[in-house]
Each structure stands twice: as structure tokens, then as C-alpha cells.
Design a protein around this ligand. Structure first.
Ligand code: PEP
Ligand code: MG
Length: 589
């Protein structure tokens, strides 16, 4: 019963069959096929070949109908290539002998075709090699897309496994069909990881040699808390899993007793507990009673899920849906934050050597002002239906804020002159993600109504560690003493200025860390829905003096280990409080 240890991304337990997916379009993953599944894999290859033939015939007919008899000839050639028995048997032989997946066996054929012609001179020879491999590339790609369709069509829930944790992997199939996600590489704080945590399935990354060790449909047990994956678990391991699930359900029952109660310490100090939303559909996945509002609506996923830019009307409708669902609670809507690994499928952005330090977030939006104006129009129109606050990502200077505030004013005037009803006062806030903003915070606070700390990026920029790069993920440390001290400074500067401050990065989803933020002076936190019950319970059981002491202990800790140990101590205390089931209603309003 071998097991593999990785890096934890999202907690929880899962037991089920693995479905291996290609990590990125255009790349081919390899996995091994169990002996008794080889025939099924050959059949899968056969089905993809049939689909490719059908597609080529259809394309041929379309060209013929438009009178292109000569051009249609290429499809006949491609069909003949797919019918070449030696090529088909070469792929089948590799699949049977090496017991590899069909797309990998097809890729090997494509590579060998290129290899044969590599040494030869001349464009026509190279073109011939391309012609020969083109229909096979089509078969390979069909295997990939049919893969998603097949797994979607089946009723079974699966554990997804892939080479890298990208947003595409996490959204490969509907989220209620995903038991867990496992990847061979990937950082804890990449955007794929953020999504996985918000969707609430256990996720483990950086699992050494994962793809080579897994087989399609292999049964695995995933422990997201310990970042442990057990291959083909035995009876005892399965029994332990069932007991773990039972305890989790019991714990959720106790936590639910405070859902809907104010998030206030027993001595009356509030900490707003807000929710991070990745998509408008998220609002259907939880009971709004668990949150005090939306602390971060990451609008980029709304753009990423489409095939073209959403119009003003599309956006207005979606934002309004969130506002209506929140039933009077505020909604912090973040301006589109694309760039880096958050790419839109319909927008070709320039390739950059250092995308994290490049053209992303507000830097894109102030240059492509049409995009910004359309989004601001939709957001401001939604203010007629509830409290919408606007949040600007990747701000690094006071000048940028002034520039966007001017644009926002002009958009507002235009809307009013066009007869739209919009709120008299719309709060404008900025993300504190770039370290420079911490040092000009007093000046920033004079221009904005609130700030929200994006620790995922702040840690990356403060420590100079790429959040998406698993080679340096050991160095990506949200509990580095420098991070703790910077957070404490932000909390106290904002408290002194009387400006509301929140933390919406992943750090805030830890209940002990959330308490320390309360102690530092932050007025709210925002995290994925599944973390909120623990946090609300923690706030309602902890007097403010205890939260302040925790904050002070963390600030005084000299090492990351010291910070982590102190947080672990606090977590144990909270765990015991919940285990005891002492409903913390006394004293809290
Ligand atoms: C952050 O950087 O912490 C944040 C909340 O934004 P994102 O993770 O979307 O970059
Ligand atoms: Mg960010």
C-alpha cells in the first residue's frame, strides 16, 4: 500500500478512483494502464480514430460544397494516412507493450514521423512530414477533449490528477463531481490552488513522480490535511477514512450552531467574516447566513469561463445576482485582475519573461481603459440594488489610485447623465499586495474608503518567491516573521486612521491566523466559504485581549517556526473548544 507525500493545499479526506488529465492544452501527459484495462484503452484509441475520420469527412464535404475540389484532396490524403495499417499497429503495439495511455502512444508516433524527416533538407519534405502527422495530431487532441466529455458524461465522482495545478485543471469538470485534486508540481498559492481551496475539495500538490505512479481508475485515498496520498488503500486505511469522515460531520454540526450569529468576541469586538467568491455560481454553493458579505469577488473567473468578453449588460446581470443573493450584505467587487497565469482564452496577451512583475491587474486596466470603463459601468449600475464596493488590484502607487478614481468619477457622471440610478456613495478600496503600498499607506488611506490585504501576492513580492513555482515553494512562507510584522503594521496604521481593513489572501482562512488579524486591528477577513464556520466560532469564543496577545506573540516570534508553533497552540485550543461542543453564545451579542 504505497503512499506519496506532497504539499497540502486544501484540507479534507477523499476516497475514490483517479482520473488523469492532460495538464495544459497542447501538452501530453503520460500515465500507465493496468493490464486488464489495455483492451479498453485500445478501444478508446479506436473511438478517437473514428471521430477523426468523421471530422475529416465532414470537413471534406464542406470544402467540396463550396466548389474546392482540389483543396478537398488534402482530406482524402489525411483519411488515407489514418487508414495506414502499419501506423495504426505501431501505435497499438506501443500501447500494449508499454501499457501507456493512447494519447502518449499517438504522440510517440508523431514524434517518430518528425524524426524520420528531420535530417532532410527542403520545405516540401518538411511539409510532407507535417501532412503525415497532422491527422494523428487530430487523433491525439480528440483523445484529450473526449476525455473531458467522457468523464463528464459518467455519473461517478473522481479524484483528478494532473501534471500541474492550473485553473483549467480545477475547472476540468463540474466541481460536484470532483472528490479531490492531485498534482505533480504546483505551488500552494497559485491561482489553481486558490480555486481548489474555494471549491472545497482536498488538494495536494508537489507529489513526486505522481503521473508515473498512477494508473487510470486506480483507487486512492487522499488526506488533504497531511498531504498524503495512499495508492490502492487496504481495508484498515478505508476504515480509518470512514471514521475521519464521521468526526468531520460531527464537528460541522457543532460549528453550524453559530452560523447566522454575529461574528463578535465574547466582550463585544467585531471581526467581519466575509466570503471570497470566484464565480457567480459560487453563491449557490453555501448558505449566505455563514457570511457578513462578499469580501472579494474575483471577477477574472467570470471572464475566463467565456469565449469572448462579457458585455456591460452580461456583467451587470451577474453582479446584480450576487448583490440580490447577499440580501443586504455588502459586496466587494474586484476590478479584473488578469495577467500571469490568469489568461483569457480569447485574448492574446504578450508573452513576458517575468509575468508576476509584468503587465497584470490595474496596469492592464489603466492602459485598456475600455475594459475598465465597461466593468465600472456594470458595477456602478449594480449599486442601485445593494451595497457594492470597488476594489483595485495590484496597486503600487498613490498616482494609480488617483487615476482610477478620476476614471470612476467620469463613468459615474456619464451614467447619471444617461438617467441610471446609482448609489450616492460608492466605496473605493485598494488591495495591499505590493510592498511599496505599505510604506505609503498613510497617503493611500486619505484617498480610499477601505483596504484589503492580498497576502498571496504580498508574500510573493515581500519574499521574492514566485507563488506559482513549485521549485521555490519551500521558500514561500506566509508565516515568515517579516510577513507577520508587515501585517501588524498595516493593521495598526489602518486602525489609527479609522479606515476599515481586511485580509482576503489565503492566510486569513486559517482560524488562528484570523484571530491574530483581529488582534492586530483588522476589521474583517475574507475567505472561501468552507473556512468561515471555524473562523466565526473562533471569534465568538475568544476575548479581544486573548486575540491581541496572540498577535503580539506572533510579532515577537523570531522565526517562522516560532510563528507556526504559536498558531498551532491556538488551533489546538480552538479545536478542543469545538470538540467540547460548548456553544459559544454567552457574552457575545
Ligand atoms: C492575493 O493576492 O492575496 C489575492 C487575494 O488575490 P489573488 O490571489 O487573486 O491574486
Ligand atoms: Mg493578488
Amino acid at each position: 500500500m504505497p503512499s506519496i507525500k506532497g504539499i497540502p493545499v486544501a484540507p479534507g479526506l477523499a476516497l475514490g478512483k483517479v482520473h488523469i488529465i492532460r495538464a495544459k492544452p497542447g501538452t501530453v501527459a503520460q500515465w500507465s494502464i493496468p493490464e486488464d484495462a489495455v483492451d479498453a484503452e485500445v478501444a478508446r484509441l479506436g473511438a478517437a480514430l473514428d471521430a477523426a475520420r468523421e471530422l475529416l469527412n465532414r470537413q471534406r464535404e464542406i470544402v467540396l460544397r463550396s466548389g474546392g475540389e482540389q483543396e478537398a484532396g488534402i482530406f482524402a490524403v489525411h483519411l488515407a494516412i489514418l487508414d495506414d495499417p502499419s501506423a495504426v499497429s505501431q501505435v497499438e503495439k506501443r500501447l500494449r507493450e508499454d501499457r501507456v495511455n493512447a494519447e502518449w502512444a499517438v504522440q510517440a508516433l508523431v514524434d517518430s514521423l518528425y524524426q524520420q524527416f528531420k535530417g532532410l533538407e527542403g520545405d516540401s519534405v518538411r511539409r510532407y512530414a507535417e501532412d503525415l502527422s497532422e491527422p494523428w495530431v487530430m487523433v491525439r487532441d480528440l483523445l484529450g477533449t473526449r476525455d473531458a466529455e467522457e468523464v463528464s458524461a459518467s455519473e461517478e465522482k473522481v479524484v483528478l490528477a494532473a501534471a500541474d495545478l492550473t485553473p483549467q485543471v480545477v475547472t476540468f469538470i463540474e466541481r460536484n463531481r470532483i472528490l479531490a485534486v492531485l498534482t505533480e508540481t504546483g505551488g500552494r498559492f497559485s491561482h489553481g490552488a486558490v480555486l481548489a481551496r474555494s471549491f472545497g475539495f482536498p488538494t495536494v500538490v508537489a507529489l513526486p513522480n505522481l503521473m508515473a505512479r498512477l494508473e487510470q481508475d486506480m483507487e486512492v485515498l487522499v488526506d488533504g490535511d497531511r498531504a498524503l496520498v495512499t495508492l490502492r488503500p487496504d481495508r484498515d486505511a478505508v476504515d480509518e477514512f470512514i471514521e475521519g469522515q464521521r468526526q468531520k460531520i460531527a464537528r460541522q454540526g457543532v460549528l453550524a450552531t453559530v452560523s447566522g450569529m454575529p461574528s463578535v468576541t465574547p466582550d463585544g469586538h467585531p471581526l467581519g467574516v466575509h466570503v471570497n467568491l470566484e464565480s457567480v455560481r459560487d453563491i449557490e454553493s453555501f448558505d449566505v447566513k455563514i457570511c457578513d458579505g462578499v469580501g472579494l469577488l474575483r471577477t477574472e473567473f467570470l471572464y475566463m469561463e467565456r469565449t469572448q468578453f462579457p458585455t456591460e449588460e452580461d456583467q451587470y446581470r451577474l453582479y446584480r445576482r450576487v448583490v440580490d443573493a447577499m440580501d443586504g450584505r455588502p459586496v466587494v467587487l474586484r476590478v479584473l485582475d488578469i495577467g500571469g497565469d490568469k489568461q483569457l482564452p480569447y485574448l492574446q496577451m504578450p508573452k513576458e519573461n517575468n509575468p508576476a512583475l509584468g503587465w497584470r491587474g490595474i496596469r492592464v486596466m489603466v492602459e485598456w481603459q475600455d475594459l475598465l470603463r465597461v466593468q465600472l459601468r456594470a458595477a456602478l449600475r449594480a449599486t442601485a440594488h445593494g451595497e457594492v464596493r470597488i476594489l483595485l488590484p495590484m496597486i503600487s502607487s498613490v498616482e494609480q489610485i488617483k487615476r482610477v478614481a478620476e476614471i470612476m468619477n467620469r463613468v459615474r457622471e456619464q451614467l447619471v447623465s444617461q438617467g441610471y440610478e446609482i448609489s450616492q456613495r460608492v466605496m473605493l478600496g485598494v488591495m495591499i499586495e505590493v510592498p511599496s503600498t505599505v510604506w505609503v499607506l498613510p497617503e493611500i488611506l486619505q484617498l480610499v474608503d477601505f483596504v484589503s490585504v492580498g497576502t498571496n501576492d504580498l508574500v510573493q513580492y515581500l519574499l521574492a518567491v514566485d507563488r506559482d513555482n513549485s521549485r521555490v515553494s519551500e521558500l514561500y512562507d506566509p508565516f515568515h516573521p517579516a510577513v507577520v510584522r508587515v501585517l501588524s503594521r498595516i493593521g495598526s496604521v489602518c486602525a489609527e486612521a479609522g479606515v476599515p481593513s481586511s485580509v482576503c489572501g489565503e492566510l486569513a482562512s486559517d482560524q488562528a491566523a484570523a484571530l491574530s488579524l483581529l488582534g492586530m486591528g483588522f476589521t474583517s477577513i475574507s475567505a472561501a466559504p468552507n473556512f468561515l464556520p471555524e473562523i466565526r466560532y473562533a471569534v465568538r469564543t475568544t476575548p479581544i485581549a486573548q486575540a491581541r496577545q496572540l498577535a503580539q506573540d506572533l510579532v515577537e516570534a523570531k522565526t517562522s517556526k516560532g510563528v507556526r508553533q504559536r498558531l498551532a497552540q491556538e488551533r489546538r485550543r480552538l479545536y478542543q473548544a469545538v470538540k467540547g461542543g460548548n456553544t459559544p453564545t454567552e457574552g457575545a451579542s
